[in-house]
Design a protein around this ligand. Structure first.
Ligand SMILES: [Zn+2]
Length: 67
């Protein structure tokens, strides 16, 4: 789990290099939305929220594509 607070987008982009989709059979890299408010999986397409700069990588918090 990521507990640190990331206030600037540079940190968020560094985190992007080390985190992957939490879905067990996916585990693909995530891409940051243009407004930096969410992360989208390049594999399954799930969209994870970024709350106060902290990526919330929980499948129950994720939105499925084409909601
Ligand atoms: Zn995925």
């Amino acid at each position: 789990m990521l507990h640190a607070r990331y206030n600037d987008s540079m940190m968020l982009k560094k985190v992007l290099n080390i985190i992957v989709c939490p879905v067990p059979n996916c585990r693909k890299p995530l891409t940051l939305a243009a407004d930096e408010s969410s992360l989208q999986c390049t594999g399954c397409g799930r969209i994870y929220p970024v709350e106060e700069g902290i990526p919330v990588l929980l499948t129950e918090k994720a939105r499925l594509p084409q909601a």
